[in-house]
Design a protein around this ligand. Structure first.
Ligand code: ADP
Length: 321
């Protein structure tokens, strides 16, 4: 008989978490595990918001965005006495393995918990920021990119009708992946991200040249990490002489039904996470790297910085100069 296995979602929510929960439950059950669901993320561990899985809880969820298990930020988890409460809750329920679907903050939290009490965990990367080291992909990214694509395509309609410039600020915290990829996919004229040096003088000369040659509107995508949204909008208005508007896409980027890609990635990560725990792995993170699935020990993920694919940066470099 196996230890009980519990699944939680933690940190920022993203599309793909629900299919990952569903698949982890089904696959773990096939392998003979009794599964539990933890509601409200790390807070649910402390507050014993943990229930044995029923079919109803995981039925009809794979098409839903966000996480049906809900999530939380939980500063109390830094406190060893609070973590001990979480451990007692798990012990009482016979749970000896955890799958956490979330970001690197959540992985660090579970690693601390593993060091304290020896409860093994497997992490599934999920964040639209795509900023977790060691993996090329995090759940939710494709769905977010499709939301952004729809928004930019719509904005292009009005930009072209009105001969205006639109600056569109997209999420990603300190990472420019969403901005870079959506700027390329949507054919933006300008893209500013933290990872690329940009030069407003050369961008200005290029835009003025294009406008003189007949360009009637401009789409610029900026990563929130550059904090350049307001400035660039005023600059296009004042220095380029084209009426400019800023659109901050905000939290709509986190929502939406998971795309096919996010659902399939969720299944693959979920199976890998159950297999990792089943094989005796104690603190590994599931990854997808250079077209291959694998896993890395938490320290390789937590102590490294995510780097955007240089080929992608090269493609986008002309949009920053
Ligand atoms: P994400 O998982 O999306 O990166 P956060 O960075 O907010 O989200 O992390 C989720 C939670 O993990 C936080 O609420 C925080 O309390 C907890 N956490 C992060 N690092 C540690 C740690 N070293 N020890 C204990 N708890 C931690």
């Amino acid at each position: 008989m196996h230890d009980g296995l519990a699944i939680l979602t933690s940190g920022g929510d993203s599309a793909g978490m629900n299919p990952a929960v569903k698949c982890a439950v089904d696959y773990a059950a096939q392998k003979g595990y009794e599964t539990h669901l933890v509601y409200d993320g790390l807070r649910g561990l402390l507050e014993d918001n943990i229930v044995p899985t029923t079919r109803e809880q995981v039925s009809g969820i794979i098409h839903r965005g966000g996480t049906v298990l809900r999530s939380s930020r939980c500063p109390q988890f830094y406190d060893i006495d609070q973590r001990r409460k979480a451990y007692e809750n798990l012990k009482r329920r016979g749970i000896g393995k955890l799958i956490v679907i979330g970001g690197d903050g959540s992985f660090r939290a579970l690693n601390q918990f593993y060091n304290d009490f020896g409860v093994p965990f497997a992490g599934i990367p999920a964040t639209i920021d795509n900023d977790i080291a060691g993996t090329d992909y995090c759940l939710g990214v494709d769905t977010a990119l499709n939301v952004i694509r729809d928004a930019v395509d719509s904005i292009r309609d009005t930009a072209s009708s009105f001969s205006r410039a639109f600056v569109i600020e997209v999420m990603g915290r300190h990472c420019g992946y969403l901005a870079l990829t959506s700027a390329l996919a949507c054919g933006a004229e300008v893209c500013l991200v933290p990872e690329l040096p940009y030069n407003l003088d050369t961008i200005g000369a290029r835009l003025k040249h294009d406008i003189a040659a007949g360009r009637r509107y401009v789409i610029a995508v900026v990563a929130e990490g550059t904090k350049m949204g307001d400035y660039l909008t005023r600059w296009i208005n004042d220095s380029i002489g084209m009426e400019a508007r800023l659109t901050v896409l905000g939290h709509i980027q986190r929502g939406g039904s998971p795309t096919v890609h996010d659902r399939i990635m969720a299944y693959k990560f979920a199976v890998a996470a159950v297999d990792a725990l089943d094989a005796g792995q104690t603190h590994s993170i599931m990854i997808y790297r250079d077209g291959t699935y694998g896993r890395l020990p938490i320290h390789k993920v937590a102590d490294s910085k995510y780097e955007i694919d240089p080929a992608l940066l090269k493609l986008a470099a002309p949009l920053a100069c």
